[in-house]
Write a protein that binds this ligand. Structure first.
Ligand SMILES: Nc1ncnc2c1ncn2[C@@H]1O[C@H](COP(=O)(O)OP(=O)(O)OP(=O)(O)O)[C@@H](O)[C@H]1O
Ligand SMILES: [Mg+2]
Length: 257
């Protein structure tokens, strides 16, 4: 079974990165993939989203970076079968500075647990600092959520330029691929959604997932219960979409389930 490390990334804030990490990871776990989330955002929303609030984080990725804790000891079980997480901490914001010059630290650290998981998803912060650079160096591919709204079109060319530069500059990781581009907060009743979809599919072609994630209130309610959406309301459109995304993800990667 192919091992895959995927960074979920977009320097624009609030586009659905964390929501996608939590719910894609849960769906992949549900179809039997041993999955690990690494919460690399000091905001810690992915950790909270799988039921690990701040007071339950005995050790974090920050402690691992600081070399106080072995990576295996920072792994928390999410309560969902097949799904583990290494949580974030607010102190992680300091790592942006402390990691200065250390682009390969996460990659080196992950070698110790690489074989324990089928898929590792990294939730990146909305910036292109050292945390994100570490995520990119450690990854095989990037998954880019794009929110279906006006500024998506404006931000798109910027996004492409940035990633082309980043990908070209990652020496020793020329294989970093685009895993997929995901349309999020999709609203059929909004004309703009269609415009964004046409544009994004024109620019990214086959890389864009057929599955789109609808704007769905259940998706935004679930994190306040510390639950992925499919544990909160399995039948809602958001749950169905993320389950379909997981199926498309494994199909693209030739993973037999
Ligand atoms: N499909 C959706 N339908 C409705 N609400 C959504 C959907 N996807 C995300 N949201 C909500 O939009 C907000 C932003 O989503 P999310 O936190 O996943 O974005 P992000 O890209 O990780 O943000 P940041 O850049 O701050 O890390 C959250 O409140 C989330 O619950
Ligand atoms: Mg986020």
């Amino acid at each position: 079974m192919p091992k895959k490390i995927v960074s979920v990334i977009n320097q624009k804030g609030g586009v659905g990165k964390t929501t996608t990490v939590v719910n894609l990871a849960t769906s992949l776990a549900a179809i039997g993939q041993k999955t690990l989330i690494i919460d690399l955002d000091p905001q810690g929303n992915a950790s909270t989203g799988v039921g690990i609030p701040q007071n339950k984080r005995s050790s974090t990725i920050y402690n691992v970076f600081s070399k106080n804790v072995e990576i295996k000891d920072a792994i928390h079980h999410s309560g969902i079968s097949n799904l583990d997480i290494i949580p974030s901490a607010v102190e992680l914001a300091a790592a942006e500075v402390e990691l200065s010059g250390q682009r390969n630290l996460l990659k080196e650290i992950l070698k110790n647990i690489h074989n324990d998981y089928d898929i590792i998803l990294i939730d990146c912060p909305p910036s292109l600092g050292m945390l994100t650079i570490n995520a990119l160096y450690a990854s095989n591919s990037i998954l880019i959520p794009v929110q279906c709204e006006f500024f998506a079109l404006e931000g798109l060319s910027h996004l492409i330029k940035t990633y082309e530069t980043v990908i070209q500059n990652i020496d020793g990781n020329q294989d970093l691929e685009i895993e997929g581009v995901l349309l999020t907060m999709y609203d059929k009743r909004n004309n703009l959604t269609e415009e964004v979809e046409i544009e994004v599919r024109k620019v990214f072609g086959e890389a864009v997932y057929k599955t789109v994630i609808p704007r769905n209130i259940r998706i935004s309610e679930a994190p306040s219960y510390g639950l992925p959406v499919m544990m909160y309301d399995i039948a809602c459109p958001g749950s169905i979409a993320y389950i379909n995304l997981a199926k498309e993800f494994v199909q693209r990667n030739g993973i037999v389930i």
